[in-house]
Design a protein around this ligand. Structure first.
Ligand code: UGA
Length: 462
C-alpha cells in the first residue's frame, strides 16, 4: 500500500470478525486501510473479497471497499507497520482456566509489530482494540512496543480504544457507534484518534488507557447482568402465569432502566459476556476486591439450563429414548458463531437424560460440529445428529426446542408440525407464540410465560 502524505492510513492487525469490521468501517468513512492477519488463509480469503465469517453485511462491505481501493490486505506485519499511522491491535484474548485473560497473542503480536516498527518512518500509534483488563495497554503493550521497536514514547505511542460491536449487527455497530471510547496518555495520540473518528459523527469519550479498558468490562458486565435479571424474573413470572416480556417491557419503560437487553432466554452465550465477566471478577479479586454481582451473574447464567430441563420434563417426563429437535445452534441469530452457545449445555443435558437429539441451524452446523468435537473429544454420540433442513430435524420428534430465534423458524408451518411424532415446541425465546395462536393441534410452551398468560395492551391513560 502506498502512503499518501496528506491523509492518515489506518492499520488493522488481526482480521477476525472484529478486526475486519473495524477496518472496513474506517475504509467506509474514507480512510485508507491496510489489514494484516497472521493466518495466510484469512489473508487470502479477505484479499479475494471473501469474508471468512458469516456476518450480516460484511461480505458486501468488503467487496465495496476493496473495489474502490480503500481497503487492502498486506502480506507482512512490516508492510503494515510501514503503511499505517495508527495500527489497531484486534487480536484474540481468550480465557484461561482461572478466568484471567490469556495475553499470549497480545504479547507476541505487539512484539512482532514493534520489531516491524523499528524501520517505520515518522511517528506511529499502536491502539489496543482487543478486550484487555485495565493496565494492559500501559503495563504490557507499551513496554513491549518500546523495547522491541527501540523507540521512545515520542516515536511510538500506545492507546486503548475498546470496541462495542455485537455479532449479527457488527457492520452497523462499526459504522454507527453510539459512542467511541479512547484512552490515551499524550496529546498527539488523542488528536489522531479524534481525527480518525471525526467522520463517524459520534461522541468521543477520552479517558486514560486504564479508564477506557474498564469501560469495556463494565459495559459487558452490566449488559450480562441485565439479561440475567430478566432471566431471574422469568422463573417467577412462569410460576405466576405472567408473560415475562410484558413485565420487562413495563419495567424497561422507565428511562432509568431502559428497554434493551431485557429479553429472557436460556442464558447469555457468545465469546464475550462470560469471558469478560470471568476476567473482571478475577481481576478485581487480584486487587483484593469482591465483584459480587459479576460472580452472581455467572452463577445464575450457569444454572439457566435447569429451567430448560424443567420445561422439557413438563412435556417429556421421561426423555430417555425420545427424539428432541434442537433448532438454532448459534449463540444468537444472525451469526455462525457458536462460542458459549446455550445449545451446548442444552444438548448435553438432553443426551444425559437419554434423549436423541436432531439439531438444526441455518448456518452454524459446521462450526458447532467442530466445537462439539473440541469440547467432548472422542465422544462419538450416535444420539446427536445434525439435519440440514428444518423438516428433517423435526421428523418423528417428540418435542422441538427453539434455542436461537432465527427468522426461518418464525415462519413455522403446519407441515412441520405434522412431521413430528407429537407437535410440541418449547420456545426459549417466545418468538413463536403470536404466530401459533390459533394453529390447532400444536402445543407451545414458552420460557417465562407459564400457563394462562394474556398479552397486555399498551395505551394512553388520557
Ligand atoms: C456483546 C456486546 O453486546 C457488545 O457490545 C460487545 O462489543 C461484544 O459483546 C464484545 O465484547 O465483543 P455479542 O456477544 O456479540 O456482543 O452479543 P449480544 O447481542 O450482546 O448477545 C449476547 C448473548 O446475550 C446472546 O446469547 C443473546 O442471545 C443474549 N441476550 C441478549 C439475551 O438473552 N437477551 C437479551 O435481551 C439480549
Amino acid at each position: 500500500m502506498t502512503r499518501r502524505s496528506s491523509s492518515a492510513v489506518v492499520g488493522v492487525d488481526g482480521l477476525e470478525y472484529m478486526g475486519l469490521a473495524t477496518g472496513l468501517a474506517f475504509a467506509a468513512k474514507g480512510w485508507h486501510v491496510a489489514g494484516f492477519d497472521i493466518n495466510p488463509a484469512v489473508r487470502a480469503a479477505v484479499a479475494q473479497g471473501r469474508s471468512p465469517y458469516s456476518e450480516r453485511g460484511l461480505a458486501e462491505l468488503l467487496h465495496t471497499q476493496e473495489s474502490v481501493g480503500r481497503f487492502q490486505v498486506v502480506e507482512s506485519v512490516e508492510a503494515l507497520a510501514g503503511a499505517a499511522d495508527a495500527i489497531f491491535l484486534c487480536l484474540p484474548t481468550p480465557s484461561r482456566p482461572s478466568g484471567r485473560i490469556d495475553l499470549r497473542y497480545i504479547r507476541t503480536g505487539s512484539e512482532e509489530l514493534a520489531r516491524a516498527l523499528r524501520s517505520a518512518p515518522g511517528r506511529r500509534l499502536v491502539v489496543v482494540k482487543s478486550t484487555v483488563v485495565p493496565g494492559t495497554a500501559e503495563g504490557v503493550v507499551a513496554p513491549i512496543t518500546r523495547r522491541f521497536s527501540k523507540k521512545g514514547s515520542e516515536r511510538v505511542s500506545v492507546a486503548s480504544n475498546p470496541e462495542f460491536l455485537a455479532e449479527g449487527t457488527m457492520v452497523h455497530d462499526a459504522l454507527h457507534p453510539d459512542r467511541v471510547v479512547i484512552g490515551t496518555s499524550d496529546e498527539w495520540s488523542r488528536r489522531l484518534l479524534f481525527r480518525l473518528y471525526a467522520p463517524f459523527h459520534t461522541s468521543v469519550v477520552a479517558l486514560t488507557p486504564s479508564g477506557a479498558e474498564l469501560v469495556k468490562y463494565s459495559s459487558n458486565a452490566f449488559l450480562a447482568m441485565k439479561v440475567t435479571f430478566a432471566n431471574e424474573v422469568s422463573r417467577v413470572s412462569e410460576r405466576l402465569g405472567v408473560n415475562v416480556d410484558d413485565v420487562m417491557d413495563a419495567v424497561g419503560r422507565d428511562p432509568r432502566i431502559g428497554r434493551h437487553f431485557l429479553r429472557a432466554g436460556p442464558g447469555f452465550g457468545g465469546s464475550c459476556f462470560e469471558k469478560d465477566l470471568r476476567a473482571i471478577v478475577t481481576y478485581a479479586a487480584d486487587l483484593g476486591l469482591p465483584f459480587r454481582l459479576g460472580r452472581a451473574t455467572l452463577q445464575a447464567n450457569a444454572d439457566r439450563v435447569d429451567q430448560v430441563r424443567d420445561l422439557v420434563r413438563a412435556v417429556l417426563p421421561r426423555p430417555r429414548g425420545r427424539r428432541v429437535a434442537v433448532l438454532g445452534l448459534a449463540f444468537k441469530p444472525g451469526t455462525d458463531d457458536v462460542r458459549e452457545s446455550r445449545a451446548f449445555p442444552i444438548i448435553e443435558m438432553l443426551l444425559r437424560e437419554g434423549a436423541t437429539v436432531q439439531a438444526h441451524d441455518p448456518v452454524a452446523i459446521p462450526r458447532f460440529r467442530r466445537e462439539w468435537a473440541r469440547l467432548y473429544p472422542g465422544a462419538k454420540d450416535r444420539r446427536l445428529r445434525f439435519s440440514s433442513s428444518i423438516p428433517a430435524a423435526l421428523t418423528r420428534a417428540d418435542l422441538a426446542i427453539l434455542q436461537a430465534d432465527w427468522s426461518v423458524y418464525q415462519h413455522w408451518s403446519a407441515v412441520w408440525s405434522r412431521r413430528m411424532a407429537q407437535p410440541v415446541v418449547v420456545d426459549l425465546r417466545r418468538g413463536l407464540r403470536r404466530r401459533f395462536r390459533g394453529m390447532a393441534g400444536t402445543r407451545i410452551i414458552s420460557l417465562g410465560v407459564g400457563g394462562s398468560s394474556t398479552s397486555i395492551q399498551v395505551g394512553r391513560s388520557t
